[in-house]
Design a protein around this ligand. Structure first.
Ligand SMILES: [Fe+2]
Length: 237
């Protein structure tokens, strides 16, 4: 009998949000900022492989350099609030609710949304392995996906130990959870994944011809006074 004495969970939830409307709104944000984005990058907006629209520091910022180089070159000051759609508010509240249930498995903490960002990742985009410092939980909700548009790859933190004994040297995904160098989670519309922010992850290349659209978020300790309080309220008041 194998008894799991340590394990690493990913919290998975399925929803019925109007993801078509969310997609439409995301592209409207891009359309409204087309001139700004093209002026800043010197590229046609259609040629930009990675775009992130991030709510942080009380402003929406547009990152056109890909999240591997998060420079946020464009700040749109007209977006003092999350534009228009109540669906964002409902989704973000759900993120906070589920995060606070999930976290009770590990700590006696109350979490709140620290920041969130919309990702529009076209064909050919990929995201290198990384962690999310200064947050407790991280997650993603998928708005638009298609076959081969890029799995979320979670790395086994014990990969080094597995390799020390000659196992799993190819980092292939074996059949059991115990020897896997990584675990791929498929991007699926209306699905949310939540996990520890310290868990290294990456996104595989988008091999489809369509953009993958998702919204990612960091949940922080509610007692951390240095970071924005009541982010959702600030977005909607
Ligand atoms: Fe990430």
């Amino acid at each position: 009998m194998l008894k799991d004495i340590f394990s690493i969970p990913v919290d998975i939830h399925d929803y019925n949000f109007d993801v078509k409307l969310m997609s439409k709104v995301c592209f409207e944000y891009l359309k409204e900022n087309k001139d700004l984005i093209e002026k800043d990058t010197g590229q046609n907006i259609e040629d930009l492989i990675d775009l992130q629209l991030t709510w942080t520091d009380n402003k929406f910022k547009i990152n056109t350099k890909g999240f591997n180089t998060p420079e946020y070159p464009i700040v749109n000051n007209t977006w003092s609030k999350l534009p228009r759609e109540k669906i964002w508010e409902d989704l973000l509240k759900e993120v906070e609710t589920k995060s606070n249930i999930f976290i009770k498995n590990f700590y006696n903490k109350k979490l709140k949304l620290g920041e969130f960002w919309i990702n529009i990742c076209r064909s050919g985009s990929r995201l290198n392995p990384h962690v999310h410092p200064n947050s407790v939980l991280t997650g993603v909700f998928y708005i638009h996906t298609s076959e081969g548009c890029g799995d979320l790859r979670i790395e086994n933190p014990y990969t080094t130990q597995l390799q020390m004994n000659g196992g799993n040297s190819q980092l292939a995904q074996p059949v059991t959870q115990y020897g896997a160098g990584y675990w791929d989670l498929p991007p699926t519309e209306n699905k949310m994944y939540l996990f520890h922010s310290w868990l290294r992850h990456s996104v595989e290349i988008n091999k489809s011809t369509y953009p993958r659209i998702s919204i990612s978020f960091n949940l922080i300790d509610d007692s951390d006074e240095e970071i924005i309080t009541n982010l959702i309220e600030q977005c909607y008041k």
